[in-house]
Design a protein around this ligand. Structure first.
Ligand code: PSV
Ligand code: MN
Length: 401
């Protein structure tokens, strides 16, 4: 079936479901997925970095790649940066360079896990000097934010312990709260602090912010402009992530996402590759939350080690678009009626009908209306960007930077 015919059939189907297609398209055109600078450079598994031909070697190349991805998709207009990996002595120049690539700088992520001093943690370390060092680094990131136009300080702490009795769990909690209360004073006006949790790794007995509840309790103590960041890969198997999302949205404390897919442990696979239904469920909660989801930041947090980084980034964005499009085509009115009537299977079917809908013709049409090619992956395969950067940049020995 040709693309216009498929689109026409789909719009008929959606109209029967009571969906306002024009409104759905308008919302799809304003979707915004932030890509991570670290996803464009070389990275590795726990055991080895496999250099990728053409992988970006510095922040300028990362921004150029991000600009290319945005040109293909139209929905990836910002890039999260990681300090010091992306540090420069010319922030104004970097901001301008990003703009010239068609992207803006998004969340600023301090690195609190790679310095020798952080062996026992950063802001939770038993050493006051190490805590001071970590704090100074986060404050430095707060100072970078206005210079690059960022309104998000994104915090992940690799803090925790490996053995019972290694350190005082409550003592570490107090150190964390004390440090973050200090950090909060430096978060620029109008900006937000997002705190991310992870229940394991690099420490395995306990992590200081192990789950959403701990991050949420911390956010409540700190102040209005502190919210929780949900990294989809940071949950135990079986966790209902959509439930967490619904709860945080309702409390006004969902700050943003790090999207990725987790199969066993860490979080670096393409979002929606393992768990497309979970991603759809998350997006339905966001759609249902309406205005309460207005400020949520949608970011990818993925590093691709054995696959093409650019293609993986592209597929990740397309998967987010598909999940959002499906969530926008749910018949929420009928869903609520079925829920209130106690029609268990009826309500589930309403949701599943949307999930089963092939929204690709709709997305193709949205792209055409945005002045883009309908199939970004086909464009990627047909053009020579990846080959060109592979030739220009070669295979670099850089990694995790
Ligand atoms: C490590 O798990 C991690 O992927 C966290 O999710 C952070 O967000 C990211 O690294 C960048 O520091
Ligand atoms: Mn993350």
């Amino acid at each position: 079936m040709t693309h216009p015919a498929a689109y026409e059939r789909l719009t008929e189907q959606l109209a029967q479901r009571g969906i306002d297609v024009a409104q759905v398209k308008a919302r799809l055109k304003t979707q915004h997925i932030e890509t991570p600078s670290w996803g464009y450079g070389n990275s590795g598994t726990r055991f080895k970095i496999f250099p990728w031909p053409g992988a970006a070697r510095d922040i300028y190349e990362k921004l150029a790649d991000a600009g290319y991805i945005h040109r293909l998709t139209g929905v990836a207009p910002s890039v999260a940066i990681h300090i010091p990996w992306d540090k420069t002595d010319d922030w104004d120049g970097l901001k301008q360079y990003a703009e010239a690539q068609g992207v803006a700088i998004g969340a600023v992520n301090p690195n609190l896990f790679q310095d020798e001093a952080y062996r026992l943690g950063s802001i939770c370390s038993p050493s006051p000097a190490v805590r001071e060092q970590a704090l100074a680094h986060i404050v430095e990131c707060c100072e970078i934010m206005p210079r690059v136009g960022s309104t998000l300080l994104s915090l992940w702490f690799a803090d925790g312990t490996n053995y019972a009795g290694q350190d005082s769990i409550s003592g570490r909690k107090h150190r964390l709260e004390e440090a973050l209360a200090e950090v909060y004073k430096y978060v620029p006006q109008g900006a937000r602090m997002l705190i991310e949790y992870k229940f394991f790794e690099p420490y395995f007995y306990h992590t200081d912010l192990a789950d959403w509840g701990m991050a949420y309790a911390t956010a409540l103590k700190l102040g209005e402009r502190v919210q929780v960041l949900v990294d989809t890969g940071h949950h135990a198997p079986g966790t209902n992530v959509a439930h967490i999302v619904a709860f945080l949205l309702d409390e006004g404390r969902l700050g943003g996402f790090h999207f990725n897919a987790r199969k066993y442990a860490d979080d670096d696979l393409i979002v929606g590759s393992v768990n497309p239904f979970e991603l759809f469920e998350i997006f339905t909660e966001l759609v249902m939350a309406g205005e309460r989801a207005r400020d949520v930041a949608y970011m990818l947090d993925q590093c691709h080690n054995i696959e093409s980084k650019l293609e993986a980034m592209l597929v990740s964005i397309l998967n987010c678009q598909v999940a959002y499009a499906k969530a926008l085509t749910v018949d929420y009115k009928t869903l609520r009626e079925k829920q209130l009537a106690g029609d268990v299977m009826g309500a589930h079917r309403v949701l599943f009908d949307a999930y089963e809908t092939d929204v690709r013709p709709l997305l193709a049409q949205v792209r055409v209306e945005m002045g883009l090619q309908p199939d970004p992956l086909a464009v990627y395969h047909a053009d020579d960007y990846a080959r060109r950067v592979a030739e220009e940049r070669g295979v670099s020995a850089t990694g995790w930077s």
